[in-house]
Design a protein around this ligand. Structure first.
Ligand code: FPP
Length: 227
Protein backbone atom coordinates (compact mmCIF):
# COMPACT_ATOMS: atom_id res chain seq x y z
CA UNK A 1 0.00 0.00 0.00
CA UNK A 2 1.19 3.51 -0.82
CA UNK A 3 1.08 6.49 1.51
CA UNK A 4 1.49 4.71 4.83
CA UNK A 5 1.34 7.18 7.74
CA UNK A 6 4.60 7.45 9.63
CA UNK A 7 2.87 8.03 12.99
CA UNK A 8 -0.59 6.79 14.00
CA UNK A 9 -2.10 7.69 17.39
CA UNK A 10 -4.92 5.66 18.93
CA UNK A 11 -7.68 6.64 21.34
CA UNK A 12 -8.55 3.14 22.49
CA UNK A 13 -12.16 3.56 23.52
CA UNK A 14 -14.97 1.10 24.19
CA UNK A 15 -13.48 -1.60 26.43
CA UNK A 16 -16.29 -1.15 28.96
CA UNK A 17 -19.05 -1.35 26.36
CA UNK A 18 -17.40 -4.39 24.77
CA UNK A 19 -17.49 -6.12 28.16
CA UNK A 20 -21.04 -5.03 29.01
CA UNK A 21 -22.33 -6.42 25.71
CA UNK A 22 -20.93 -9.81 26.73
CA UNK A 23 -22.03 -9.73 30.37
CA UNK A 24 -18.37 -9.46 31.42
CA UNK A 25 -16.64 -7.22 33.95
CA UNK A 26 -14.95 -3.94 32.93
CA UNK A 27 -11.69 -5.59 33.96
CA UNK A 28 -12.28 -8.29 31.34
CA UNK A 29 -12.93 -5.52 28.80
CA UNK A 30 -9.58 -3.88 29.55
CA UNK A 31 -7.85 -7.28 29.35
CA UNK A 32 -9.37 -7.75 25.90
CA UNK A 33 -8.18 -4.22 25.06
CA UNK A 34 -4.64 -5.18 26.04
CA UNK A 35 -4.89 -8.20 23.74
CA UNK A 36 -5.80 -5.84 20.88
CA UNK A 37 -2.72 -3.73 21.73
CA UNK A 38 -0.50 -6.81 21.52
CA UNK A 39 -1.79 -7.59 18.02
CA UNK A 40 -1.59 -3.93 16.97
CA UNK A 41 2.12 -3.72 17.82
CA UNK A 42 2.77 -6.62 15.44
CA UNK A 43 0.43 -5.40 12.72
CA UNK A 44 1.49 -1.75 12.76
CA UNK A 45 5.15 -2.68 12.35
CA UNK A 46 4.28 -5.08 9.52
CA UNK A 47 2.24 -2.35 7.77
CA UNK A 48 5.26 -0.05 7.71
CA UNK A 49 4.11 2.40 10.39
CA UNK A 50 7.10 3.79 12.32
CA UNK A 51 5.44 5.30 15.43
CA UNK A 52 2.26 4.46 17.33
CA UNK A 53 0.97 6.41 20.30
CA UNK A 54 -1.53 4.65 22.56
CA UNK A 55 -3.76 6.68 24.89
CA UNK A 56 -3.63 4.22 27.77
CA UNK A 57 -4.51 6.44 30.75
CA UNK A 58 -5.44 10.10 30.75
CA UNK A 59 -4.91 12.43 33.68
CA UNK A 60 -8.72 12.55 33.93
CA UNK A 61 -8.90 8.74 34.27
CA UNK A 62 -7.88 9.07 37.96
CA UNK A 63 -11.52 10.05 38.54
CA UNK A 64 -12.70 6.51 37.72
CA UNK A 65 -13.65 4.24 40.64
CA UNK A 66 -10.62 3.28 42.73
CA UNK A 67 -10.98 -0.42 41.89
CA UNK A 68 -10.94 0.26 38.15
CA UNK A 69 -7.88 2.54 38.44
CA UNK A 70 -6.15 -0.24 40.37
CA UNK A 71 -7.11 -2.83 37.73
CA UNK A 72 -5.82 -0.59 34.94
CA UNK A 73 -2.51 0.05 36.75
CA UNK A 74 -2.06 -3.70 37.35
CA UNK A 75 -2.85 -4.46 33.73
CA UNK A 76 -0.42 -1.76 32.54
CA UNK A 77 2.24 -3.08 34.87
CA UNK A 78 1.81 -6.62 33.48
CA UNK A 79 1.75 -5.30 29.92
CA UNK A 80 5.03 -3.44 30.55
CA UNK A 81 6.63 -6.75 31.62
CA UNK A 82 5.41 -8.29 28.43
CA UNK A 83 6.63 -5.42 26.22
CA UNK A 84 9.97 -5.80 27.97
CA UNK A 85 10.14 -9.52 27.13
CA UNK A 86 9.04 -9.17 23.51
CA UNK A 87 10.91 -5.99 22.55
CA UNK A 88 14.09 -7.90 21.65
CA UNK A 89 12.25 -10.04 19.12
CA UNK A 90 10.18 -7.28 17.56
CA UNK A 91 12.94 -4.62 17.75
CA UNK A 92 10.40 -2.11 19.17
CA UNK A 93 11.53 1.04 20.92
CA UNK A 94 9.45 2.14 23.84
CA UNK A 95 8.66 5.67 25.07
CA UNK A 96 6.17 7.19 27.51
CA UNK A 97 4.29 10.44 27.28
CA UNK A 98 2.76 11.99 30.37
CA UNK A 99 3.50 13.03 33.91
CA UNK A 100 5.27 10.82 36.41
CA UNK A 101 3.42 12.16 39.44
CA UNK A 102 0.72 9.83 40.86
CA UNK A 103 1.98 6.78 38.95
CA UNK A 104 2.80 3.83 41.25
CA UNK A 105 6.51 3.35 41.98
CA UNK A 106 6.50 -0.15 40.45
CA UNK A 107 5.10 1.22 37.18
CA UNK A 108 7.72 4.02 37.08
CA UNK A 109 10.53 1.51 37.64
CA UNK A 110 9.28 -0.71 34.82
CA UNK A 111 8.91 2.28 32.49
CA UNK A 112 12.48 3.44 33.16
CA UNK A 113 13.83 -0.08 32.65
CA UNK A 114 12.05 -0.67 29.37
CA UNK A 115 12.89 2.77 27.93
CA UNK A 116 16.58 2.17 28.67
CA UNK A 117 16.50 -1.43 27.42
CA UNK A 118 14.88 -0.56 24.08
CA UNK A 119 16.63 2.76 23.38
CA UNK A 120 18.85 1.14 20.72
CA UNK A 121 16.02 -0.62 18.87
CA UNK A 122 15.15 0.80 15.48
CA UNK A 123 11.84 -0.93 14.66
CA UNK A 124 8.41 0.44 15.56
CA UNK A 125 8.42 3.13 18.27
CA UNK A 126 5.59 2.54 20.75
CA UNK A 127 4.66 5.60 22.81
CA UNK A 128 2.44 4.92 25.77
CA UNK A 129 0.45 8.01 26.79
CA UNK A 130 0.14 7.36 30.49
CA UNK A 131 -1.11 9.89 33.03
CA UNK A 132 -1.29 12.11 29.97
CA UNK A 133 -3.23 15.32 29.35
CA UNK A 134 -2.53 17.56 26.35
CA UNK A 135 -3.27 20.86 28.09
CA UNK A 136 -1.01 19.75 30.94
CA UNK A 137 1.70 18.93 28.38
CA UNK A 138 1.55 22.44 26.91
CA UNK A 139 1.46 24.03 30.39
CA UNK A 140 4.48 21.93 31.43
CA UNK A 141 6.30 23.04 28.27
CA UNK A 142 5.58 26.73 28.95
CA UNK A 143 6.76 26.34 32.55
CA UNK A 144 9.98 24.71 31.34
CA UNK A 145 10.58 27.73 29.08
CA UNK A 146 9.87 30.17 31.91
CA UNK A 147 12.29 28.24 34.14
CA UNK A 148 14.89 28.55 31.37
CA UNK A 149 14.46 32.34 31.48
CA UNK A 150 12.53 32.80 28.22
CA UNK A 151 10.56 36.04 28.01
CA UNK A 152 9.04 35.38 24.63
CA UNK A 153 8.29 32.00 23.11
CA UNK A 154 7.92 30.75 19.56
CA UNK A 155 6.08 27.66 18.30
CA UNK A 156 9.47 26.01 17.79
CA UNK A 157 10.43 26.72 21.43
CA UNK A 158 7.24 25.03 22.69
CA UNK A 159 7.54 22.04 20.34
CA UNK A 160 11.11 21.50 21.59
CA UNK A 161 10.03 20.98 25.21
CA UNK A 162 6.95 18.80 24.78
CA UNK A 163 7.14 15.35 26.42
CA UNK A 164 8.72 13.64 23.37
CA UNK A 165 10.10 16.37 21.08
CA UNK A 166 11.85 13.89 18.79
CA UNK A 167 8.60 12.12 17.84
CA UNK A 168 7.00 13.50 14.66
CA UNK A 169 3.40 14.77 14.83
CA UNK A 170 0.78 12.06 14.22
CA UNK A 171 -0.31 11.81 10.57
CA UNK A 172 -3.43 9.93 11.59
CA UNK A 173 -5.46 9.79 14.81
CA UNK A 174 -7.86 6.87 15.18
CA UNK A 175 -10.63 6.76 17.79
CA UNK A 176 -12.75 3.69 18.28
CA UNK A 177 -16.25 3.21 19.75
CA UNK A 178 -18.09 5.89 17.82
CA UNK A 179 -17.05 8.87 19.95
CA UNK A 180 -15.86 11.77 17.79
CA UNK A 181 -13.69 13.91 20.02
CA UNK A 182 -10.04 14.32 21.04
CA UNK A 183 -10.52 14.20 24.82
CA UNK A 184 -7.41 16.24 25.62
CA UNK A 185 -5.12 14.03 23.48
CA UNK A 186 -2.17 15.52 21.53
CA UNK A 187 -3.84 18.91 21.07
CA UNK A 188 -0.62 20.60 19.95
CA UNK A 189 0.60 17.76 17.74
CA UNK A 190 -2.79 17.21 16.05
CA UNK A 191 -2.72 20.53 14.17
CA UNK A 192 -2.57 18.83 10.76
CA UNK A 193 -3.48 15.24 11.63
CA UNK A 194 -6.10 13.32 9.73
CA UNK A 195 -8.89 11.82 11.87
CA UNK A 196 -10.54 8.44 11.55
CA UNK A 197 -13.50 7.58 13.74
CA UNK A 198 -14.97 4.09 13.75
CA UNK A 199 -17.88 2.58 15.70
CA UNK A 200 -15.79 -0.58 16.28
CA UNK A 201 -15.04 -1.09 19.99
CA UNK A 202 -11.34 -1.17 20.88
CA UNK A 203 -11.08 -4.92 21.67
CA UNK A 204 -12.48 -5.63 18.18
CA UNK A 205 -10.01 -3.31 16.43
CA UNK A 206 -8.04 -6.01 14.61
CA UNK A 207 -5.73 -6.03 11.60
CA UNK A 208 -8.64 -5.84 9.14
CA UNK A 209 -9.85 -2.67 10.90
CA UNK A 210 -6.33 -1.20 10.85
CA UNK A 211 -6.12 -1.88 7.12
CA UNK A 212 -9.50 -0.17 6.56
CA UNK A 213 -8.27 2.91 8.40
CA UNK A 214 -5.02 2.94 6.42
CA UNK A 215 -6.95 2.70 3.19
CA UNK A 216 -9.11 5.70 4.11
CA UNK A 217 -5.98 7.63 5.08
CA UNK A 218 -4.29 6.74 1.79
CA UNK A 219 -7.19 8.40 -0.04
CA UNK A 220 -6.98 11.67 1.90
CA UNK A 221 -5.35 14.76 0.42
CA UNK A 222 -3.29 16.58 3.00
CA UNK A 223 -2.70 20.20 2.17
CA UNK A 224 -1.21 21.58 5.38
CA UNK A 225 -2.95 24.90 4.79
CA UNK A 226 -1.75 25.07 1.20
CA UNK A 227 -3.92 24.85 -1.95
C1 FPP B 1 -11.31 3.07 27.18
O1 FPP B 1 -12.36 2.17 27.39
C2 FPP B 1 -10.04 2.54 27.55
C3 FPP B 1 -9.25 2.98 28.58
C4 FPP B 1 -9.58 4.03 29.52
C5 FPP B 1 -7.96 2.39 28.85
C6 FPP B 1 -7.18 1.88 27.68
C7 FPP B 1 -6.52 0.66 28.14
C8 FPP B 1 -6.34 -0.46 27.42
C9 FPP B 1 -6.72 -0.59 25.99
C10 FPP B 1 -5.80 -1.66 28.04
C11 FPP B 1 -4.36 -1.74 28.27
C12 FPP B 1 -3.46 -0.89 27.49
C13 FPP B 1 -2.20 -1.19 27.16
C14 FPP B 1 -1.35 -0.19 26.50
C15 FPP B 1 -1.62 -2.51 27.45
P1 FPP B 1 -13.51 2.62 28.37
O2 FPP B 1 -13.27 1.97 29.68
O3 FPP B 1 -13.62 4.10 28.40
O4 FPP B 1 -14.76 1.98 27.64
P2 FPP B 1 -16.26 2.50 27.68
O5 FPP B 1 -16.24 3.92 27.18
O6 FPP B 1 -16.94 1.56 26.74
O7 FPP B 1 -16.72 2.36 29.10
Amino acid sequence: MKNIPMHVAFIMDGNGRWAAARGKTRRAGHEAGAEAVRALIKNAGAAGIKFITLYAFSNENWQRPEAEVKDLMNLLSRSLDEFDKTSKDNNARFLVSGRRDRLPEKVLKKIDKIIAATAGNNGLTVILALNYGARQEVADAVNALIAAGKKNVTETDIAAVLYNPSVPDPDLIIRTSGECRLSNFLLWQAAYSEFYFTPVLWPDFDNAELEKALEVYAGRKRRFGNV
